[in-house]
Design a protein around this ligand. Structure first.
Ligand SMILES: Nc1ncnc2c1ncn2[C@@H]1O[C@H](COP(=O)(O)OP(=O)(O)O)[C@@H](O)[C@H]1O
Ligand SMILES: O=C(O)[C@@H](O)C(=O)COP(=O)(O)O
Length: 422
């Protein structure tokens, strides 16, 4: 085992696992910290991703869960660690990226690491420490209206300073463009100056390759899935401990097809719109949940006769103005009540024979995966950058499951995804 990864949500976990697999690193994703590690060790994986649902948890809880994951990764023999957060730095002013990163550094006895949210494959770049989504600074992108983690600042140095007690510095593009030696020298200079976190500019995969090489001796990196581009190369350069080949033959799965969408991100809204003209679709109404209606039974009654005919869509996804209205008029826990409702619907659909399921939204995926009793995910073919098909472990029968980050995928994602299934 070489690389132990801790992802702060489940879509983020499959994003990173898929990036590592695409670069030839055998990767297993586990859901939460398993009770025993033997199965993972026996699987011959070179990397393991522990997917947690800590992005919006209370800070102390997120820190504790992440430290538990780190302990488990150490126990099963990991030597290097990767804290994976969102390429749009989804967090609140209190955390959880900063506090978790700080706790992991402390636990590993380290005094320095990188903060690298860039993910050029999905249009997220960092210039002068500012995070861009396409050409738009993060705080002017639709992320400013996220239901749980609205982002009001694009400056990653400032965001990290808000969230940590540590000193935060910047390695600008001028340095990154000069290559790994220069970047490493800058890391050393920052470390000597008492800087604990270096935000690193990156605008393309060449930058990430250079940063990956410069990080070759760091036991812990913190990043989006982007840095996998660079780190995978440094791992491949090491002697391989395992035989070559794919440990994860695809598991053909049949059964009904469904899309469950709980993300209200711009990309998911567009994907829901695209599909509503094609599939039967059902809106899960937050106001009905709060009125105490049996939304789950109603949704399943609607879906039952349709499942034999083709895919169905069940969504809470709504445009930002409706989400703002729901948030202002409904109780504070409405987001998690919607997640739980969608998770119960997913469970009911699987009980009715659905075997191929797409879930949109990180928090939503966390709730669905828990309700289905999934203990691990085998990574299959990539549907679009950062979103693979996976096969579930721990469920009574393997399911084909795609966990789609809210802002990933083209407009036709829900229509095209089925074609990528073997
Ligand atoms: N109509 C709605 N009104 C308010 N909140 C909603 C609505 N639909 C979904 N939500 C909540 O918004 C959150 C979306 O987060 P998530 O699932 O992580 O999506 P994303 O990947 O886009 O961030 C979830 O907690 C979900 O329950
Ligand atoms: O890094 C990313 O953008 C994704 O891997 C991710 O974490 C997205 O989170 P959600 O949009 O909440 O799914």
């Amino acid at each position: 085992m070489l690389l132990g990864c801790i992802a702060d949500d489940f879509t983020g976990g499959t994003d990173l696992a898929s990036a590592l697999v695409a670069r030839g690193i055998r990767t297993v994703q586990v859901i939460g910290v398993p009770e025993a590690g033997e199965e993972v060790v026996r699987s011959g994986a070179e990397a393991v991703v522990v997917a947690l649902k800590t992005r919006t948890a209370p800070v102390a809880d997120a820190v504790e869960q992440s430290l538990t994951a780190l302990r488990w990764l150490r126990e099963i023999g990991c030597e290097r660690y990767y804290f994976k957060y969102c390429s749009t730095f989804d967090s609140t002013p209190a955390g959880n990226i900063g506090p978790v990163a700080e706790a992991l550094l402390d636990a590993l006895g380290m005094d320095f690491t990188v903060v690298c949210p860039a993910l050029p494959a999905n249009g997220r770049t960092v210039r002068d420490g500012r995070l861009f989504v396409g050409d738009v600074p993060l705080d002017e992108s639709p992320m400013r209206q996220h239901p749980l983690t609205p982002m009001d600042d694009a400056n990653v140095v400032r965001l990290m300073r808000r969230q940590t007690h540590s000193r935060v510095g910047l390695v600008g593009h001028g340095t990154v463009g000069r290559g790994p030696e220069r970047i490493r020298a800058e890391f050393d200079a920052l470390r000597r100056a008492g800087i604990r976190f270096a935000v690193v500019d990156a605008t393309d995969d060449d930058d990430l390759l250079a940063i990956g090489r410069a990080c070759a001796d760091l036991p812990l990196v913190t990043a989006s899935a982007g840095l996998a581009v660079g780190l995978a190369e440094t791992f491949r350069a090491q002697p391989r401990r395992l035989t070559d080949g794919d440990p994860h033959a695809p598991v053909p799965t049949g059964g009904g097809r469904a899309v469950i969408a709980g993300s209200c991100s711009a990309a998911t809204n567009a994907q829901v719109e695209a599909v509503r003209a094609v599939y039967p679709s059902y809106l899960v109404d937050p106001f009905a949940i709060v009125r105490g209606e049996d939304v789950v039974t109603a949704a399943l009654r609607w879906a039952r006769p349709l499942l034999g005919q083709g895919p169905v869509l069940l969504h809470a996804t709504q445009p930002a103005r409706n989400v703002a209205a729901a948030k202002s008029r409904l109780p504070g826990d409405i987001a998690s009540r919607i997640e739980n409702t969608l998770a119960s619907i997913a469970r009911g659909l699987v009980d009715m024979g659905v075997g191929r399921l797409i879930v949109a939204g990180g928090e939503t995926s966390g709730a669905v995966v828990a309700a289905l009793g999934v203990t691990g995910l085998v990574i299959g073919p990539e549907i679009s950058p950062g979103v693979p098909w996976t096969w579930t472990l721990g469920t009574p029968r393997p399911l084909a499951l795609a966990l789609k980050s809210g802002n990933f995928g083209s407009r036709d994602f829900f229509l095209d995804a089925w074609e990528r299934l073997p």
